[in-house]
Write a protein that binds this ligand. Structure first.
Ligand code: GLY
Length: 341
């Protein structure tokens, strides 16, 4: 039981906005608001999301605005500056989900800068969950999203031309080096020398000051993928899942293997059974490794998760996955994902 004396102490410390309800329900230790997101780009994305969360805004707005920062980047694995498919077209996938289990997604979307916002419109303005390809683009244009020129970024064009020389599809395992210390800002290269990115997706999950969870996930998918290929990111339950009673999870890495186990849904269900976010992510990774056997060494998948207590965690197959955690103006830092192989 929580004690009246402690409540009076808190009052005398000037914590007047401290919620009486949460105090008496014994939930005083819940860390909220909080936002976490995949890879180093998560630092800038979290920063944007945090602006909304710290003002008491909705987690849905935070996760949309947060990943829009990454989508705007011109030299990233996400958005129109990314590597194209094998036919030279950048195609984008994104999904979003809120605390009411409302969800929306787009896949195989071309020439639209912010697929995450189109996904949100699908959620809010249509009776559907998912729109793909030319239909998604048509909807986006009708909703007022500008149709961007069909052209590769300079870097992507160089990389693509290089790739065409051999036309071999050999994805590089996603890795990134984190200094793993608070407020890390160390430079992390976005592309390897061969033009591949060191990762593929930004996934973000957040809990707002009201204790409500939302998530977003956006990607250009694997560079030089087959035309028409769609990964896990726009698939609710695979790349992203939110259950406001339990927690939220999102995934990065080889989408095919995330889809195979309905990864993010699995992580949330494991948290429902009482696992911590980190252990839930670990179990999901173990399942992929079991299915893949020796081939697991050739791929990377990482999950991150957040529960209703504001506890977070991440796990991945190979060393080199990291994620950004933000829960205060001066607390936005990288955490290295634990790994199994
Ligand atoms: N995880 C992103 C993709 O496989 O498309």
């Amino acid at each position: 039981m929580l004690h009246r004396r402690r409540f009076l102490q808190l009052g005398s410390l000037g914590l007047g906005s401290f919620s009486l309800a949460s105090f008496y329900s014994g939930k005083a230790d819940i860390r909220k608001p909080i936002v976490i997101s995949t890879w180093h780009e998560g630092i800038a994305a979290n920063q944007e999301a945090w602006k909304i969360l710290r003002e008491g805004g909705r987690s849905l707005d935070a996760v949309e605005k947060g990943v829009m920062v990454t989508e705007s980047s011109q030299n990233c694995c996400v958005g129109l500056g990314a590597n194209p498919d094998r036919d030279g077209f950048v195609t984008l996938d994104a999904s979003i989900m809120d605390e009411y289990a409302n969800c929306g997604s787009v896949a195989y979307l071309e020439r639209i800068k912010h697929p995450i916002s189109v996904a949100r419109r699908v959620m809010e303005k249509t009776p559907h969950v998912m729109l793909v390809g030319s239909g998604a683009q048509q909807f986006a244009v009708e909703e007022g999203f500008p149709l961007e020129p069909q052209q590769l970024s300079k870097e992507a064009e160089k990389t693509y031309k290089n790739w065409l020389k051999k036309s071999e599809y050999k994805p590089v395992i996603n890795i990134e080096n984190s200094g793993n210390h608070p407020n890390q800002t160390a430079f992390v290269p976005t592309r390897f020398e061969n033009g591949e990115f060191n990762h593929d997706t930004i996934g973000m999950v957040a809990m707002d000051a009201h204790g409500n969870l939302s998530g977003s996930c956006t990607t250009s998918g694997m560079g030089f993928k087959m035309r028409g290929r769609v990964g896990d990111s726009p698939i609710i339950g695979a790349g992203l899942f939110v259950d406001n009673e339990v927690g939220a999870a999102t995934a990065t890495g080889q989408g095919e293997d995330v889809i195979r186990i309905c990864g993010s849904h699995l992580v949330v269900e494991l948290m429902r059974q009482g696992l911590s976010p980190e252990n839930a992510c670990k179990k999901a990774v173990e399942r992929i490794i079991k299915i893949k056997g020796d081939k697991a060494k050739e791929i990377q998948v990482g999950f991150i998760a957040l529960n209703k207590q504001g506890e977070y965690g991440g796990y991945c197959i190979q060393k080199g996955f990291n994620f950004a955690v933000c829960y205060a103006d001066d607390k936005n830092y990288m955490v290295d994902g634990k790994y199994l192989l």
